[in-house]
Design a protein around this ligand. Structure first.
Ligand code: PGA
Length: 246
């Protein structure tokens, strides 16, 4: 049976003092029920702090992106091997903000997933359509195009991925996909993954986009939704823990 995974995406938020409080509250409050995993993806400079605060706890940590390159003249980039040195279990790749604001195309996202896997870091591959794409009836085409690029690149390692479906129109907008809308896309993604590799049928599929304690239970109760990728609500310990317990 697949477990549940809830991952916080802090985005470009935080500071040494507030991180200490948040990480401390999470560590104190997380009871690690069987089959449930919790993780936070923090800005690069705070990876050491997450490592120090969470080592020996049941909470994992990760980065919000990694370079597609292993090493070299890539000013401002951070490699997967570097984040692995700080104990990262996860790296988000292909978040819609990276795609939209920093020009990350499908091929680059796929290369980042490969780079993460090569460093022993689990990529959390994000896919999702914009509002315009949904309204044009292109949701399936878009998310499968995004997923297929990764499937083609990672080959045999497909089962090692986590995939997050995050409709762009639901991120930070307070507008959540209904459980039915989310489940439909999750089923599509799972069907595609298991068609590519039987072993990938149990890849954890997270939903992201305005998840709160109040809507987490109905979303996570869907058959193909294995947890969530949580932005704004992951910055408040009580709310984040309530989501993870939903
Ligand atoms: P949100 O962000 O929960 O603030 O909508 C989710 C995400 O971008 O991963």
């Amino acid at each position: 049976m697949r477990g549940k995974l809830v991952v916080g995406n802090w985005k470009m938020n935080g500071g040494l003092r507030q991180n200490d409080a948040l990480l401390g509250d999470l560590r104190a409050g997380w009871t690690a029920p069987p089959g449930r995993q919790l993780a936070v993806c923090v800005p690069y400079p705070y990876l050491w702090q997450a490592q120090a605060a969470l080592s020996g706890s049941a909470i994992a940590w990760g980065a919000q992106s990694v370079s597609e390159h292993a090493v070299g003249a890539f000013t401002g980039e951070v490699s997967a091997a570097m984040v692995a040195e700080f104990g990262c279990r996860y790296a988000i790749v292909g978040h819609s903000e990276r795609r939209a604001l920093f020009g990350e195309a499908d091929a680059a996202v796929a290369a980042k997933a490969v780079a993460a896997l090569a460093a022993g870091v689990t990529p959390i591959v994000c896919v999702g359509e914009t509002l315009g794409e949904r309204e044009a009836g292109a949701t399936e085409t878009v998310v499968l195009r995004q997923l297929d690029a990764v499937i083609a690149a990672v080959g045999q390692q497909l089962a090692a991925l986590v995939v997050a479906y995050e409709p762009v129109w639901a991120i930070g907008t307070g507008r959540t996909a209904s459980p039915e809308q989310a489940q439909d896309v999750h089923r599509l993604l799972r069907t595609r993954l298991s068609a590519a590799d039987k072993g990938a049928a149990d890849v954890l599929l997270l939903y992201g986009g305005s998840v709160k304690a109040a809507n987490a239970k109905s979303l996570f109760g869907c058959p193909d939704i294995d947890g969530g990728l949580i932005g704004g609500a992951s910055l408040k310990a009580d709310e984040f823990l309530a989501i993870a317990g939903a």
